[in-house]
Ligand binder design. Structure first.
Ligand code: NAP
Ligand code: CA
Ligand code: CA
Length: 263
């Protein structure tokens, strides 16, 4: 795929994102919340409508492209071949419902398994982060710089303490500068990408939670691996860390020490 085609798709997708500035407030005004697998597993009309809206955009402009997304069945998708979009229409749904802030849209475009375009839209703050293969990463068109190298002792770490064993949590607290969790895999990852956090760990993400992070990481020199320091399969998801390169190995060593990180 040549650069111009990629730039043209980027223009079209950014124009789709700009339509959300009208649709999201309207959807929030009439927000309806349902539960999925348990009372903490939430979905709203906002999640469903944004995804349907993007599905219609693809059908209209790029009918041969596939969509792998959270609020649909993905059984027919062959994610490794052709043009594939991976979407989390709202990442941080609990934050949207309970706090009306700290949520984002995650969108990534893969061609034959290679990440080509990535977006994380921090709607409450009006910031569209994007990465273009070979062209770097941007926040509302301002280039992002690779973060400074950070040792674990100077780093804020982000992880879900509910799913790690207590010894591991304590060791991470002791080794790091501090701990913060936003509650949106996309926005926690973005803090790492911007050099605010040292690392973000999620032990159970789905493809849509982490689809965009691959390209931001490769364009800005961050590490993104499984917790065994292997490449992450974008179509499967699974335990992952996105990290400043200065503390990646230090965090993995703590996670894998003793009986491991699982509760
Ligand atoms: P939350 O506020 O519901 O979600 C925090 C972030 O994790 C969001 O990006 C969310 O994506 C994603 N997420 C939601 N369910 C997840 C799951 N089962 N595994 C991995 N990521 C998930 O999180 P919470 O209130 O802290 O926890 C809600 C449930 O999710 C709990 O059962 C928790 O243990 C689990 N969880 C596990 C991890 C992990 O590292 N294994 C991380 C977060 C949450 P959406 O907003 O798109 O759902
Ligand atoms: Ca998510
Ligand atoms: Ca979601």
């Amino acid at each position: 795929m040549d650069k111009q085609q990629l730039f043209d798709i980027d223009v079209a997708v950014r124009s789709w994102f700009s339509t959300l500035n009208v649709t999201i407030p309207r959807l929030i005004e009439h927000m309806e919340t349902d539960t999925k697998q348990n009372r903490f597993d939430l979905v709203t009309n906002v999640d469903r409508d944004i995804q349907q809206n993007f599905e219609q955009f693809l059908q209209h402009f790029y009918p041969s492209h596939q969509l792998l997304a959270e609020e649909k069945s993905n059984q027919q998708i062959d994610a490794y071949h052709g043009h594939v979009w991976v979407m989390d229409p709202i990442d941080g749904t609990m934050n949207l419902v309970k706090q009306q802030t700290d949520y984002c849209v995650i969108l990534a475009y893969f061609v034959d398994s290679e990440p080509m375009l990535s977006y994380i839209y921090d709607y409450p703050n009006g910031i569209l982060y994007k990465a273009i293969k070979g062209e770097g990463a941007y926040a509302n068109d301002q280039p992002l710089k690779p973060p400074h190298t950070m040792d674990i002792k100077d780093a804020i770490l982000s992880f879900n303490a509910q799913v790690l064993n207590l010894e591991t949590v304590k060791a991470l607290f002791d080794a790091s500068f501090s701990y913060r969790i936003i509650g949106s895999c996309g926005l926690d990852s973005m803090r790492v990408i911007k050099g605010q956090f040292g690392a973000h760990v999620n032990t159970n993400p789905k493809p849509w939670d982490i689809g965009a992070q691959f390209l931001f990481a490769s364009e800005l020199g961050l590490k993104m691996t499984t917790l065994d320091n292997e490449p992450v399969d974008f179509a499967k998801g699974g335990p992952f860390i996105i990290s400043n390169k200065g503390c990646h190995q230090q965090v993995l060593d703590i996670l894998n020490d003793g009986d491991g990180y699982q509760k």
